[in-house]
Design a binder for this molecule. Structure first.
Ligand code: 5AD
Ligand code: SF4
Ligand code: FES
Length: 378
């Protein structure tokens, strides 16, 4: 009887919190899991506006109306993994594979410097072997020799050994992005082949290792995945908070025809809902983690031409313009409708400058380390 009573009162409490108005929740110091779920599920316009405005006010206060640019260089689309959602998975034989040479990368670095970028992200498919690891170490050293201490290199090269992560850190990489994709182990297993190459615990382990080494650590998830629930998304946000992450990049899941998950296309939320849910995820995260760097991702722009600007208005403060040379861009299609694949880097930079101005923000001139990371170091 006691347990029945407990269960019933728990139910009443959860019902009560769900009924609390969005506005009331946003006035609170601490937001609970149930309250996050309420915020994610808000359906009337007034509530949603209130959430986005609150997040923007937090952003203004803690990180300012500034946008940090990170030039994205998609080094190579060669990947040994086979994630069920990704267009460049090893099993997709339709992809023309490429690998930029060091000189090609260094040309992009020169271009980035000439355009006042103080930070780049090196991203590629996942390879974990000695040759790759040494190649990146060499490349990082070359980048270091042509940039100064006011330049930051972020890596997004997947799961690696601790030794490799350390070697890259010592060679000059300061930041690392490794999305957890979904913090729910069960959901993770539905998005990846069931083998040692795609192990949730291993991925989590990598995040811990990166933090231990001293990187500014970023993670993220996809939003609107097949089988994903609102509860999963609330837990994703709490995962980021509990992990005490420095940076986040998250965006809508976009189906790709040549992937196994495409089969579940019919079960997905409409694109517009995935987009709106992504904005809310950004907004709630900004409220939960006031001083971190949050990217307004390209996937947002794939759905809405003003997607990245709307991400900034929801609390994001980072944009990653694609600096990959035009010839390779069209081969790095993780998902369909990726924007700017016919544009070159000059056009993107002009375009982004104008877009940022349009929403009353400015492009920051400094390299913008995560303020959260800096506090963590004290
Ligand atoms: N839709 C959205 N994002 C995707 N990614 C990979 N495939 C997709 C997709 N179909 C994201 C993953 C990965 C990042 C590099 O791109 O989150 O970590
Ligand atoms: Fe490879 Fe990353 Fe795509 Fe997975 S998401 S297949 S690791 S490029
Ligand atoms: Fe690429 Fe606008 S950002 S053209």
């Amino acid at each position: 009887l006691v347990s029945l009573y407990n269960a019933f009162s728990k139910y009443l409490v959860s019902l009560y919190t769900r009924m609390l108005s969005v506005k009331k929740i946003l006035e609170k110091e601490e937001i609970s899991r149930d309250e996050i779920i309420t915020l994610l599920s808000a359906s009337n316009k007034e509530d949603i506006d209130c959430l986005l405005k609150t997040a923007y006010a937090v952003k203004e206060k803690y990180v300012g109306r500034k946008v940090y640019l990170r030039g994205l260089i998609e080094l190579s689309n060669i990947c040994k993994k086979n994630c069920l959602y990704c267009g460049i998975r090893s099993g997709n034989t339709k992809v023309t594979r490429y690998d930029m040479t060091d000189d090609e990368v260094l040309d992009v670095i020169e271009f980035a410097k000439a355009n006042n970028f103080s930070s780049v992200v090196l991203q590629s498919g996942e390879l974990c072997n000695e040759k790759f690891s040494k190649r990146i170490t060499g490349l990082l050293k070359k980048i270091k020799s042509v940039t100064n201490e006011n330049f930051r290199v972020t890596l997004s090269l997947g799961e690696q050994t601790e030794k490799t992560y350390r070697e890259w850190f010592n060679a000059g990489a300061q930041r690392y992005l490794l999305r957890i994709e979904s913090s729910d182990k069960n959901l993770y297993s539905k998005l990846h082949p069931n083998n040692k190459l795609h192990d949730y615990d291993e991925r989590l382990n990598c995040l811990h290792t990166l933090k231990k080494i001293g990187y500014q650590v970023g993670t993220g998830v996809m939003i609107g995945l097949p089988f994903q629930t609102i509860e999963n998304l609330a837990d994703d946000l709490l995962f980021m908070k509990n992990f005490d992450i420095d940076m986040v990049g998250m965006g809508p899941y976009l189906e790709h025809e040549d992937t196994p998950l495409y089969e579940f296309k019919g079960d997905l939320l409409p694109l517009k809902n995935r987009f709106n849910l992504s904005l809310r995820m950004i907004a709630i995260l900004r409220i939960l983690m006031k001083d971190i760097n949050i990217a307004s991702t390209t996937a947002l722009q794939s759905i809405d031409p003003m997607g990245r600007e709307r991400g900034l208005k929801a609390g994001a403060n980072v944009i990653m313009p694609n600096l990959t040379p035009g010839a390779q861009r069209k081969n790095y299609l993780l998902y369909e409708n990726k924007p700017c694949i016919d544009d070159n880097a000059d056009e993107c930079i002009d375009c982004i400058g104008k877009r940022v101005g349009m929403i009353g923000e400015e492009i920051a001139q400094d390299y913008g380390d995560s303020l959260h990371y800096k506090k963590r170091q004290l």
